[in-house]
Design a protein around this ligand. Sequence first.
Ligand code: ADP
Ligand code: MG
Length: 238
Amino acid sequence: MAELTLKQVRKSFGALEVIKGVDLEVASGEFVVFVGPSGCGKSTLLRIIAGLEDTTSGTLTIGGMDVTYAEPSERGIAMVFQSYALYPHMTVAENIGFGLSLARRPKAEIAAKVAATAETLQLTQLLERKPKALSGGQRQRVAIGRAIIRDPKVFLFDEPLSNLDASLRAQMRLEISDLHARLKSTMIYVTHDQVEAMTMADKIVVLNGGVVEQIGSPMELYRNPATPFVAGFIGSPK
Ligand code: ADP
Ligand code: MG
């Protein structure tokens, strides 16, 4: 069964239609990458899945349930943003556990889950530090930790590596792929970077001007690009 489906999803901001009838099925455990040029609607589509934007029309299901009108907190998703959005005055442990604190979970449960999450992300030695005492890669891991601790059905990443330098980006690509292999959760990852798309994805969704140009595995897109746009985009990595 599909973990996530979008049927004819459209989104307009005033007179400007930015998502123009997107159909998509994401299988449970799949790593799907949305790729396309700046302004093509990647973030908007991700925010629609997260429930941070409503749709103008169309429907959305997660785990077989219609969530078109569901609140973000009811969707079983967690989002990792490009700007790490960590709380500067809180320690790593407090940042990771913040969502559970808000939900008023018992302190012992929060401590145990923070410890397990830190272990998964190799942050155990850094739990008492403040974000300003962390490297870019470590901050990104904390941001991922805040998502993992909620045990979401679907992870959403919006250009999580674009603030990192090239060598760290390469390392974090491997870390996120490794995390996906271990957690086996469904992940949707937005990037404008062809290399990230080609190396990380089970399935790539190529977006252009709010329209899906092609959906397929990296190899399918490379071998059989459906349009000149896909050929140009996939064929000319930066
Ligand atoms: P991407 O993430 O692919 O760069 P976005 O989804 O951020 O693209 O934006 C797609 C289009 O929607 C752009 O033209 C952008 O200016 C427009 N847009 C995004 N959010 C809003 C908003 N809140 N109000 C008006 N226009 C918006
Ligand atoms: Mg964006």
